[in-house]
Design a protein around this ligand. Structure first.
Ligand SMILES: Nc1nc2c(c(=O)[nH]1)N[C@H]1C(S)=C(S)[C@@H](COP(=O)(O)OP(=O)(O)OC[C@H]3O[C@@H](n4cnc5c(N)ncnc54)[C@H](O)[C@@H]3O)O[C@H]1N2
Ligand code: MOO
Length: 403
């Protein structure tokens, strides 16, 4: 049994996820607009599902047996109302989803019915109740369907509508303020002077924040200027639930993020995480807002947002943080490593397998500044902090990218 490579993160992440106070304000939206949103109150069924006894097959609804055959006296399609009950020896031609008339003992599937003119017979005795979907057998009126804190997906939308809801109460959108910091940064497409780079973290994080529960507050690109940073953070804290920044969290004298958070009146509860890349990430509070200050190196910013930022959104909306589900993989490489931190390395499936478990290789070994290996990867390979040597075929975990 391989030790859980993420175990070392349990305590610091629990501390980090304890920072936010969950947003309680809520709004009503139509169920499909609730897709990706978090339920603010539990959802109970407004009516039975199905709402009536219905046929599960195209065939014949049979009334009580009179003799060996039944006489077809009615025809019922889905959407019809079943008005007349079936008496002894009577049958109804019926289609899937149509209501079964009162008096129906069972529905015989048409492939198993012997039909001559208006007469139906069956070859063998059939179980009473066969092929009848009973009213409420899926969901009973009043039954608890989904708890508060449930993130809605297409399945939950369908369940809400089928059980009678035309609106559901969800946590209001989270206001997330986003800033890239660095005097070297220029916006996408701008010409670059000496020493300048394009702000890729901003658009990357915006793309990661383009989710139904988020309303973005743009702070743009901020220079490495402690006073301007402080002022921008203070303004953002007045309107945002979460402030996400990248850059300026390292130890150089041009790294002003820590100082700016403190100068703005904030606290820093987490000053680093035992991860590689992304160790210098900071998390804390500024007024009523949570602040997540990501490192500037693009891979570090990506890993940290994926690991921490995404889950802070869950906690802020009152949902449990989505678990990190590691998929089993085997090393398709060998290397010596420095122990101490969990590594999240861009990795690709090689196509080979060990005992049916897919092998992976690492891409762009070690540089947290590189984007090309990240873009070419299938996921992030997770290597535990105790590992000093990886041999080919060793058991590893991989977090595959969505899609
Ligand atoms: N003396 C030390 N130097 C550094 C350490 C250290 O421990 N001691 N840690 C390194 C590590 S690890 C990281 S990660 C970075 C963290 O740095 P910062 O958060 O202060 O980031 P910056 O210095 O602002 O930028 C780092 C790098 O990333 C580029 N960058 C920044 N923002 C963006 C953006 N929005 N889009 C694209 N690229 C961006 C920036 O130009 C720098 O090249 O510190 C190391 N140094
Ligand atoms: O965050 Mo740095 O990228 O740990 O390497």
């Amino acid at each position: 049994m391989v030790p859980d490579p993420l175990a070392i993160l349990r305590e610091p992440l629990a501390r980090l996820f304890a920072i936010p106070r969950a947003v309680t304000a809520s709004e009503e939206v139509v169920p499909e607009v609730a897709m990706g949103r978090v339920l603010a109150v539990p959802l109970a069924a407004w009516h039975d599902v199905p709402p009536f006894d219905q046929s599960a097959m195209d065939g014949y609804a049979l009334g009580p047996a009179a003799d060996a055959a039944w006489r077809v006296t009615a025809r019922l399609e889905a959407g019809d109302a079943a008005r007349l009950p079936l008496g002894p020896g009577e049958a109804a031609r019926i289609f899937t989803g149509a209501p079964v008339p009162r008096g129906t003992e069972l529905v015989v599937q048409q492939e198993k019915a012997i039909v001559e003119g208006t007469e139906v017979r069956v070859a063998t005795a059939l179980r009473p109740g066969l092929n009848i979907r009973r009213r409420g057998e899926d969901v009973r009126l009043g039954a608890a369907l989904l708890p508060a804190g449930q993130r809605m997906d297409a399945r939950h939308v369908a369940l809400a509508v089928a059980s009678g809801h035309d609106a559901v109460r969800v946590v209001r959108k989270l206001r997330v303020a986003l800033a890239s910091t660095g005097s070297e940064l220029r916006r996408a497409g701008a010409g670059l002077d000496a020493g300048q780079v394009h702000d890729s973290n901003g658009p990357m994080l915006r793309a990661m924040l383009r989710v139904p529960e988020v309303e973005l507050v743009e702070l743009g690109i901020l220079p490495d200027d402690p006073v301007r940073l402080r002022d921008a953070l203070q303004r953002a804290a007045a309107e945002a639930d979460l402030i996400v920044t990248s850059g300026g969290v390292s130890v150089g004298e041009e790294d002003h993020m820590m100082g700016a958070i403190l100068a703005a009146g904030g606290t820093i509860d987490v000053v680093h995480l035992p991860i590689r890349p992304g160790k210098p990430v900071k998390a804390g509070r500024l007024g009523a807002a949570v602040i997540l200050a990501l490192p500037g190196n693009p891979l570090a910013a990506y890993v940290n947002f994926w690991l921490v930022g995404r889950r802070l959104l869950d906690v802020l909306a009152g949902a449990p943080p989505q678990p990190l589900r590691l998929m089993a993989a085997r090393a398709g490489f060998r290397e010596e490593r420095k122990a101490g931190r969990v590594e999240f390395a861009p990795a690709r499936f090689t196509g080979a397998e060990f005992d049916g478990v897919p092998a992976v290789e690492l891409l762009g070994r070690g540089s947290s500044a590189r984007l090309a290996p990240l873009a070419a990867a299938d996921g992030l390979c997770v290597i535990g902090p105790e590992v000093t040597r990886v041999e080919e075929g060793d058991a590893l975990g991989i977090l595959p990218f969505p899609g």
